[in-house]
Design a protein around this ligand. Structure first.
Ligand SMILES: Nc1ncnc2c1ncn2[C@@H]1O[C@H](COP(=O)(O)OP(=O)(O)OP(=O)(O)O)[C@@H](O)[C@H]1O
Ligand SMILES: [Mg+2]
Length: 421
């Protein structure tokens, strides 16, 4: 049989079991990226741990730029709380814009249930666990079918099914009961983590915090909300939200160069095929420094650039990227996968967008002397091609930002070569 070289795992060539540049977050439990490859943020870890350890419950908001390490940070703290007897759901809850207040509670209960299901020793009474089970196992179809779980608290007839009975008393009361029972069993408290608040509109945030004020103040629960910079500006304009926070928001900042170096080193160590083998690093120090600078320390963008370049350029033997080879490889990928479909005008707009942290259609139109309506067309093409994304909206103004990979264009190859535009 013919062997197909394309089916070989290239990471083996570097002496590791998996991609050491993976960009998935560190998980509370399991996952291929080990908890102990987490580096830095010691002050933040201490501060959040103290909040969680203080009895009664809390609400904390954590924010920072996209891909900076927010989810991993909270998961690392939750992991250590879990190891110390606190209850927390394993998978973070991704907040959704379409949720009504009851759905947020229901999804919170669902996250709790999914985790309890995995635990051999459940910190909850059989009776309550069965109630949860009936809500999600039998009830799943009726919930998905859109049966209203809204008008809670009404009386119900004896001919109703168990799930309908369960959903017709207050979900919030049920949540209280579950938490009380879990906390009695663990003698500790419960941590709930809502991720990516920026996916929810300002209007929806306002609505949720107006309607769930009591829910978010449930005794014995530590609520953690995560969002990017957009979510932070929403927080500031929704007093109902900011006023229930127990402490000032946590700002997650860029990791230092040394920390990034250490993260990759720890991952290589952990993913090493066997103690008897060496691992081979596919880049020079100089190359890592260049990419760190270019991506302004953003860990996700650094890992992603390295992963893409190594994956693309490796065939039958390991490669070593220096700053030239890095630039050449990434620019080739960019041209081949993204830029070649763009018209010269769209490229012109893109080369302006990439110069700014964020820019509006109006500013682009003024700078490039191109009518607003044409700018909209070019921007739409660039968005469809994955070259720009909407960073935030302010009233009618849309603020665009170039995708991080567009920055690859400004990597220098020596001797100096002409850039694609
Ligand atoms: N302090 C750290 N130590 C080790 N690895 C980290 C650290 N911070 C982040 N990472 C790694 O960087 C990548 C991005 O982190 P993460 O997904 O937590 O970022 P995020 O801010 O939640 O991103 P998003 O804005 O997309 O939600 C992940 O692969 C994660 O494992
Ligand atoms: Mg995240």
């Amino acid at each position: 049989m013919q062997t197909n070289d394309s089916l070989k795992d290239i990471w083996e060539l570097y002496g590791v079991k998996e991609n050491p540049f993976s960009t998935s977050p560190i998980l509370v439990i399991g996952g291929s990226i080990p908890i102990d490859s987490f580096v830095g943020r010691n002050e933040h870890i201490k501060r959040l741990s103290r909040i969680i350890a203080s009895r009664g419950g809390s609400r904390t908001f954590i924010y920072g730029d996209i891909g900076i390490g927010k989810t991993s940070f909270v998961n690392v703290v939750r992991n250590s709380a879990f190891e110390n007897g606190f209850f927390t759901h394993f998978k973070e809850i991704t907040t959704q814009n379409k949720w009504e207040a009851d759905e947020l509670i229901l999804n919170t209960l669902s996250a709790i249930y999914s985790t309890l299901k995995l635990l051999k020793e459940k910190p909850i009474s059989d009776e309550l666990y069965k109630k949860l089970e009936s809500l999600f196992e039998i009830g799943r179809t009726s919930i998905n079918a859109g049966i209203s779980i809204g008008g809670l608290g009404g009386s119900y007839g004896s001919d109703q099914k168990a799930t309908e009975k369960l959903t017709s008393f207050s979900l919030q009361d049920f949540f209280n009961e579950i938490i009380h029972d879990i906390n009695t069993h663990t003698k500790k408290e419960t941590i709930i983590h809502y991720n990516n608040l920026e996916l929810v509109s300002e209007k929806k945030i306002r609505y949720l915090f107006d309607n769930l004020r009591d829910f978010f103040q449930t005794k014995g629960v530590h609520f953690i909300f995560i969002g990017n910079l957009t979510a932070y500006s929403i927080l500031q304009s929704v007093p109902r939200f900011s006023s229930i926070l127990s402490d000032t928001p946590f700002h997650i900042e860029t990791l230092t160069y040394g920390e990034v170096e250490e993260i990759i080193k720890k991952r290589f160590e952990h993913l090493r095929i066997s103690k008897d083998y060496n691992t081979i690093y596919p880049y020079t120090n100089d190359c890592l420094q260049v990419i760190y600078k270019l991506m302004e320390g953003n860990i996700r963008d650094i890992l992603n650039s390295l992963s893409t370049a190594v994956f693309y350029a490796t065939y039958e033997s390991p490669i070593l990227l220096d700053r030239n080879k890095l630039a050449k490889t990434l620019q080739e990928i960019l041209e081949k996968r993204y830029l070649h479909v763009l018209t010269p005008k769209a490229k012109e707009v893109l080369s302006e967008v990439v110069k700014h942290n964020e820019i509006t259609n109006k500013a682009l139109s003024d700078k490039l002397k191109i009518p607003r309506s044409n700018i909209s067309t070019y921007i739409r093409d660039l968005e469809n091609a994955g070259c720009v994304y909407l960073r935030r909206k302010n009233g009618k103004d849309k603020f665009w930002k170039a995708d991080p990979k567009i920055k690859w264009l400004s990597l220098k190859q020596s001797p100096q070569q002409a850039l694609p535009f």
